[in-house]
Write a new protein. Structure first.
Length: 141
């Protein structure tokens, strides 16, 4: 019988899994206690996360409320699923060389070419879990 227990992952295991993916969710505080969630592409550089975005509400929010949560999940048939949650401080990078560095790391805009604002997420806490999944029978889908 399969187990339903989750297993905590080490910090190194968490970063290894984050490095495999490129889409996550950025959770920000707006004002008055309201939160928002943005799907976002990213790359890892060491133990930091770089995101690339357009000027606008998300960037303005990060300038005022830099404490964020970043989350990435993975699930594929026949594999254990995992989830990594990173609490971080967002730092907007204004150096023009940051875009060139992001390009070199493979961090390109997903929708168009003018997302030239780079944000570095500096982790303050990280938790990661891996958990077994069960196959769902075809007739129940």
């Amino acid at each position: 019988m399969p187990t339903t227990d989750t297993a905590a992952l080490s910090v190194d295991q968490a970063w290894e899994r984050l490095s495999r993916e490129n889409i996550g969710r950025l959770v920000t505080l707006i004002s008055g206690g309201v939160i928002d969630v943005y799907p976002i592409n990213y790359v890892c550089r060491g133990h930091t996360i770089l995101i690339r975005t357009h000027p606008g509400m998300k960037l303005a929010t990060l300038a005022v409320f830099p404490d964020v949560v970043f989350e990435v999940d993975h699930h594929a048939p026949g594999q254990a699923a995992w989830s990594v949650v990173v609490r971080a401080t967002a730092r907007i990078v204004t150096d023009s060389r940051a875009v060139t560095a992001a390009d070199g790391l493979g961090l390109h805009p997903l929708v168009d070419g003018d997302a030239d604002e780079i944000v570095v997420l500096v982790p303050t806490a990280l938790t990661a879990r891996e958990f077994p999944t069960r196959e769902i029978a075809e007739e129940t889908r």
